[in-house]
Ligand binder design. Sequence first.
Ligand code: SF4
Length: 344
Amino acid sequence: MVASLIYDFQLSELTTLLASWDEPGYRAIQLWQGLYQHFWDSPEQFSNLPVPLRRKLAGEFSYTALTPITTLISSDNQTIKTLFKLHDGQAIETVLMRYEKRHTICISTQVGCAMGCVFCATGQMGFKRHLSSGEIVAQVMYYARFLHDEGDVITNVVVMGMGEPFHNYENTMNAIDRLNDSEGYNLGSRRFTISTVGLVPAIRRFTLEKRQINLAISLHAADDLLRSSMLPINKAYPIDEILVACHDYVLSTGRRITFEWALVNGINDTPEQAHLLAVKLKGLLCHVNAIPLNPTKGYSGEATTKFRANAFSQILNGYGIPCTIRLRRGLDIQAGCGQLVSNI
Ligand code: SF4
């Protein structure tokens, strides 16, 4: 039998369990602080707990969610990608991107993905399973521990790795809630960005919950014919329906929304697409993040050129829509989501 993963539990649940073992109330906090403030990941490290309790916890819980299999470091030392094996032999990827003062990690929420975006290595692999909230949390803890050893901290978490986070809504939000906890890891909601292909019912749920987490929509095309050919989910949730939900989100939360756009040469980096996008986004508090495509084995599209990317951005800026062209990171280590797993 596989022991329960300790990262799957909320503080309140551990408190209840330890109370049922007749442990004093403060023991759960000590355990929590060991996990989320000291980043201890084996029972012997919990020097703040009595040895019999450490043994009992070791019998009850697994502290190992992820086994690192491969770690690749980009030639500029700025991007690190780790391929992890899970308890059932499945594999996921997590990426650390270092900017000057920012240390952003990109985490996965599923093994594979059901959305089937044609340009994405994870989409090409199909859906295997959801990650538990603890498996999501453990990716953050792994890199928190890594950076802690170097005297650094994670500043931002982007939920843009393998999987569609809104398809695994409960576990993703539970994981973020756990990482938010002020008595534990205490990483503020505004440090998180969730990226979705546009699952409208989940955007609406997210809007109602009025969370402070940043929202990004992977749009990639401004007309339904093109978008459906790149992101099949568009047939269920077409662009205008997504944009209505986005307007409601901005109206309800007052928060700016980001649109992600992977620029594919000659496909969605054209002036026509830029003009159409600008017209569609008019009046919406938003920002467009465009990035040259990270090529994958299963998709013939190529990355845009610098010239075409700049022209795309200038058209949007001309309409008063802020657009940033992002640098591709970690190309030499296949840092795009799912690229490493699809090679094993
Ligand atoms: S881009 Fe995101 S939503 Fe689309 S297939 Fe890849 S992981 Fe899934």
